[in-house]
Ligand binder design. Sequence first.
Ligand code: SF4
Length: 208
Amino acid sequence: MAETRAAEELERLAEVAAACTACGLAATRTNVVFGDGSASARVMFVGEGPGRNEDLEGVPFVGAAGRLLNQLLSEIGLQRSDTYIANVVKCRPPGNRDPRPDEISACKGYLADQIRLINPAVVMTLGNFATKLLLKEERGITRLRGRAYPWWNRVVIPTFHPAAALRGGPSVLASMQEDFALVRTTLDGKSEAEAEPDSPAQQLELFG
Ligand code: SF4
């Protein structure tokens, strides 16, 4: 029942986002890439922003980065459909440039609502932008990855963005495999009950 309500609320939120013009990225997008996956996922991934293929298809993590994500998931016994995948900004920054602070600030409410509704036990941040937004950390992903951080009644596990593994080769991929293994052990050691829904006050503070 709670799952159905979360799925319905996510759908309503996606409809709102589809017409969103709250930042300049609205002018150049083809599609708003809201998110994809299960409303009852125990693990949620947060990337940076849609790339060219994602913008064209309206789905996050398609193409080579998506295939790598699927492979890493299958290595820990999960399928993409078991998870939920979203980005910090829902519209593609032109030319795949970094999202700007004003764009992240305009868009972060959608992500906070997605996390609140899905209520995952583990949030895996993919790359610097998602990690900095959630953990409010100035240290880069290379320093932060490799451990689980308590975060609003759940844990955040940072890792590299799959695109970095595609560019960076075997050592980056090996680090990602370690981090995905940490997701598996965290999920295995965590009961469903441990990820309590955030209180309304906490929800307001999710991203400060
Ligand atoms: Fe709206 Fe986010 Fe797209 Fe900006 S990036 S227009 S805030 S949905």
